[in-house]
Design a protein around this ligand. Structure first.
Ligand code: GDP
Length: 352
């Protein structure tokens, strides 16, 4: 048994800052490359624990999980379609979620929609109240923790922030969630943490990373246990034509091991099972190598979850995004399991 990184998805209303947040997290850790760096997957970015520890310092010193899990695995495509169509074990393909809300704008239709998705899948999540730098009078402290920056603000600014924050608390309450500013939470099991941040200046990102690790420790250690020798389970993100490779599928593997020449089962647009044999498993080349070569990908013999990879194989024409992926095995009737799995899907194709 091995513990894999929790898969994290970012949800929220359009323009509330999903992309900016993901970019900041990727950027700030790329700058820390020497400290362990990040692994660029297909469709995802993995931030190793060493890097998170380096960024978060004391914020996570009390967590025990940081020595257990390898890191945080962020799905690159934000949004509800990506979340709901990416499923696993009857839930969505995300172990944890960040619900992002523009603190100046409050809850909007897609924020409610996201909250309902999280409710339905019982996904543990944190709320981030974004764009605090736009609160009147806010003095920006690039990359600082929220607490550090907040302490240096004028009294009126602090009050304004809390006023807006408690509007979010009120809205969440109406939706059936107890919540509180993260540093005032007394019971993490019953209260949702709200972390004020600026995805643009990076203020509060330290607390976001630390809190995600905390949630993983609280709720997920069992869910994250994987069997490194078991046939892989995954989800298809996208079907793409690649020069020289033909049709490929980008997928997230959340359990087991996937090997070249494995026979896999997928679902097509008529909800039928399609089987094919993996010709190659591909990962993006690290940026510096990509500059020196025309190639974009590196071939791998095998990958262990969690991983984001591209698969080249025949017979992919009619495969749909959101399809589950299973390696065929002699012990299990994988085809039947797949059909059962998609029978349960109700909302996977509702695009944003
Ligand atoms: P998405 O649609 O949720 O992915 O939102 P984006 O990340 O594209 O952000 C929408 C707009 O808000 C962009 O112009 C961002 O630069 C801006 N934005 C995002 N986060 C912040 C923030 O923390 N502060 C400020 N001032 N602007 C932000």
């Amino acid at each position: 048994m091995k513990i894999r990184s929790p898969i994290v998805s970012v949800l929220g209303h359009v323009d509330h800052g999903k992309t900016t947040l993901l970019d900041y997290i990727r950027g700030s850790t790329i700058a820390d490359k020497e400290a362990g760096g990040i692994t660029q997957h297909i469709g995802a970015t993995e931030i190793p624990n060493d890097t998170i520890e380096e960024i978060c310092g004391n914020f996570i010193s009390r967590l025990t999980i940081k020595d257990l899990i390898p890191g945080l695995f962020f799905i690159d495509t934000p949004g509800h379609a990506a979340f709901t169509s990416l499923r696993k074990r009857g839930g969505a393909l995300a172990d944890l979620a960040i619900l992002i809300v523009d603190i100046n704008d409050g809850f909007k239709p897609q924020t409610y929609e996201a909250l309902n998705i999280l409710k339905m899948y019982k996904t543990p999540f944190i709320v981030v109240a974004n764009k605090i730098d736009r609160i009147f009078g806010w003095e920006t402290h690039e990359g600082a923790s929220f607490s550090e920056s907040f302490n240096q603000q004028a009294q009126s600014v602090k009050q304004e922030l809390d006023l807006k924050l408690y509007e979010l608390v009120g809205t969440l309450h109406k939706e059936g969630f107890q919540s509180e500013r993260f540093d005032r939470v007394s019971n993490f099991a019953s209260q949702i943490s709200i972390i004020p941040i600026s995805a643009r200046s990076g203020e509060g990102i330290i607390e976001v990373l630390a809190m995600l690790l905390g949630l993983a420790q609280e709720y997920l250690t069992e869910q994250l246990e994987i069997n490194e020798d078991a046939p892989a389970k995954g989800t298809i993100l996208e079907i793409k034509e690649e020069v020289g490779l033909g049709l490929t599928v980008d997928s997230i593997i959340y359990d087991g091991v996937l090997r070249t020449n494995d026979e896999i089962a997928l679902i097509n647009s008529s909800n039928e099972v399609v089987t094919t044999k993996i010709r190659s498993i591909l990962r993006p080349l690290p940026l510096e190598e990509m500059r020196d070569s025309k190639k974009k990908f590196r071939k791998l013999d095998e990958v262990v979850a969690a991983a984001g990879i591209k698969i080249a194989a025949p017979n992919l024409d009619d495969v749909v995004s959101g399809s589950p992926l299973r390696v065929l095995s002699e012990e299990e009737d994988v085809e039947e399991q797949l059909l059962k799995e998609i029978e349960d899907i109700t909302i996977n194709t509702e695009d944003e």
